[in-house]
Ligand binder design. Structure first.
Ligand code: AGP
Length: 616
């Protein structure tokens, strides 16, 4: 994880680095730091905590006009090796303080390299794997004819995934950078150049970018960008226009990004429908999805690979795909798939779902699936991500816009809709579902923006109903069928936002063990939507009620039975069970949000988390 920014040009360096770091803070916020040239020195300023803490530290440090050199690198950290602390914060120096490095990723053989360097007399100050990189570069400088050679030699000695940016005291106008299996993009300006972990950050500064590939080394200076391969041969790459993402840090009047993003969900759905389902009579318009109908007709199975919230979207999709297409569909945590022996053939379709498109587990899992002959289809929110690159010909962009809050909300909604549309697309391409069923489903999807809007308007009343439960130490969420993944998603959201322990269960499973945890301090939240599963969920809820648990329901307007059974009912507009996840999740997002806010939690940046999880 971690975010990297680098700048060289005429602008004052510190504000540029800080702005870049703020845009990258979603990648980790355990500590932050910068390295800049000042006079003849290379200086590092860093601090445990968020970027706002680093800003405070920097305020106390005035730079002399004559010392100014506007070339520097910055880093925001999510700790992997070594606890969050000032000392483990990046950038890191070599022993002579002539080289400074920032790093995103992990060095798998760092212990080995460290021992070798220690045997040469090098003393380490930190517990990070990053310090190994800078010390190794320093060591390799001793017998290399150039800095470039020292870097390429270092790269060949490191095993891992990394994006690295390096400053050298003796080259005060240059930044060296390289990547392998971790994102790094060059931003091309006029009389200034940048590097960053993502192009969205660069879009705040420049119009053009160059995406680095694995093992490509770049040297950026004020007026130029040079690119080399590991053999130190110059290479050429065309720049691309970067999609402008304006004001990503604007909360638009909301107290938190999370509240803003929850409230954007009707718009997100409406935009996707405009592109892919402009009316319910025509087929889904995935014009750029080049899946051959004969391949789809002969599919032996679909395997969905994802993590966290994206995994929950996958579970909902399994339900819809099997209902509409009858193709056996399985969903696996990407991390678990890596340890499994699941059977895939060249008749299998693998769907990798990842908001960020950079999740290391998901990337490794889809690569493994492809190596077994399966075809990959990617669903992501980031057009410039690694998963988009891997799934080039079979890609669905979920187009939810930038999601700043670490907890996924609007991107979950966009994943759901993308996957419903995909299920209809496969059913249409293979003639597997009844036409009326498909038209009715498409019509129901087209009605969603209005229904979501109506649900969002109830936020205040949800808040009033929910905060009374904020002191409970444990929550249980239950659902059945298509409601079960939403129970899982609600439990995940409550845990990550409020730090309250919560579990999601298939409601029928409660009696097989989990019911033992119930008492008056453990609220049970049931998702009970009229349809196939309603009576059974009610039955399971009554069993929980008999164990004195406080009972909360998500139920539709006018559900008198729910009103009479539950202590609190979070009402949503009436909706068909098959599309109910789009609405049932909303009051549950609010439940987590309002409880977390009530408890004074850091809603947008919960402890220990990062939005883009780029380590396995
Ligand atoms: C969601 O609220 C989480 N922050 C997390 O579970 C996330 O969904 C997961 O890490 C997967 O991320 P991705 O979609 O970017 O791959």
């Amino acid at each position: 994880m971690c975010g990297i920014i680098g700048y060289v040009g005429d602008k004052e360096i510190v504000p540029v680095l800080l702005k870049g770091l703020h845009c990258l803070e979603y990648r980790g916020y355990d500590s932050a730091g910068i390295a800049i040239h000042e006079g003849y020195n290379l200086n590092i300023i860093k601090s445990i905590g968020k970027i706002s803490k680093l800003e405070e530290v920097l305020k106390g440090k005035k730079r002399k006009e004559s010392d100014r050199n506007n070339c520097g690198i910055g880093h925001t950290r999510w700790a992997t090796h070594g606890e969050p602390s000032d000392i483990n914060a990046h950038p890191h120096f070599d022993t002579d303080e002539k080289i400074a490095v920032v790093h995103n990723g992990i060095i798998r053989n760092y212990q080995e390299v460290k021992e070798k360097l220690i045997s040469l007399g090098i003393k380490f100050k930190t517990q990070t794997d990053t310090e190994v990189i800078v010390q190794l570069i320093s060591q390799n400088m001793k017998d290399s004819r150039s800095v470039l050679k020292a870097i390429s030699k270092t790269i060949t000695e490191l095993d891992g995934s990394y994006a690295i940016a390096v400053l050298f005291k003796n080259e005060p106008d240059k930044i060296y950078a390289v990547r392998k299996e971790a994102p790094l993009v060059i931003g091309i300006g006029i009389g200034e150049n940048y590097i960053a972990s993502d192009s969205t950050t660069l879009s705040q500064f420049v119009d053009k970018v160059i995406r680095l590939k694995d093992n490509e080394i770049t040297i950026i200076s004020k007026n130029g960008v040079e690119l080399y391969n590991l053999q130190e041969e110059k290479i050429k790459k065309e720049s691309q226009i970067v999609a402008k993402t304006k004001d990503i840090l604007d909360k638009k009047g909301f107290k938190h990004y999370l509240a803003k993003e929850i409230n954007e969900q009707a718009e997100v759905v409406s935009n996707l429908l405009k592109d892919f389902l402009p009316n319910s009579k025509d087929p889904i318009q995935f014009n750029y999805l080049k899946l051959d109908p004969s391949f789809l007709k002969n599919l032996d199975r679909i395997l969905i690979l994802a993590c966290g919230t994206a995994y929950h979207a996958g579970l909902v999709a399994k339900h819809v795909l099997e209902t509409l297409t009858s193709i056996p569909t399985e969903v696996q945590f990407a991390s678990e798939y890596l340890s499994s022996n699941a059977v895939l053939t060249n008749k299998s379709l693998v769907i990798g779902i990842s908001q960020s498109g950079e999740t290391a587990d998901t990337l490794a899992a889809v690569k493994k699936a492809v190596s077994k002959g399966a075809k990959l289809l990617g669903v992501t929110n980031r057009a410039d991500s690694e998963i988009a690159n891997l799934a080039k010909d079979h890609l669905i962009l979920s187009k939810a816009g930038v999601e700043v809050s670490v907890a996924a909300t609007k991107t979950f909604m966009a994943q759901l809709l993308s996957l419903y549309l995909l299920a209809i697309y496969i059913a249409e391409s293979t003639n597997q579902a009844n036409k009326t069923t498909l038209t009715n489903l498409k019509q129901a999807l087209r009605e969603l923006p209005q229904l979501i809007d109506q649900t969002l308007l109830r936020a205040e009343s949800y808040q009033e109903q929910i905060v009374q439960y904020a002191d409970k130490p444990d929550f249980v969420f239950i659902g059945r069928g298509i409601g079960y993944p939403i129970a899982l998603e609600a439990a995940l959201k409550l845990k990550e936002l409020s730090y309250i322990h919560a579990s999601g269960y298939a409601s029928g499973e409660m009696k097989h063990g989990p019911i033992a945890v119930l008492d008056p301090n453990v609220p049970v939240v049931s998702i009970c939507i009229p349809g196939e599963n309603y009576d059974r969920v009610i039955q399971n809820s009554l069993e929980a009620k008999s164990r004195s648990a406080p009972m909360i329901a998500v139920a539709v307007d006018g559900d008198k039975k729910a009103d009479s059974i539950f202590n609190t009912v979070l009402h949503i507009p009436q909706i068909a069970e098959i599309v109910s996840p789009f609405l049932t999740v909303i009051p549950l997002q609010f439940l987590s949000y309002y409880i977390a806010e009530h408890l004074g939690r850091d809603v947008d940046q919960p402890r220990n988390l990062a939005k883009s999880v780029t380590v396995e």
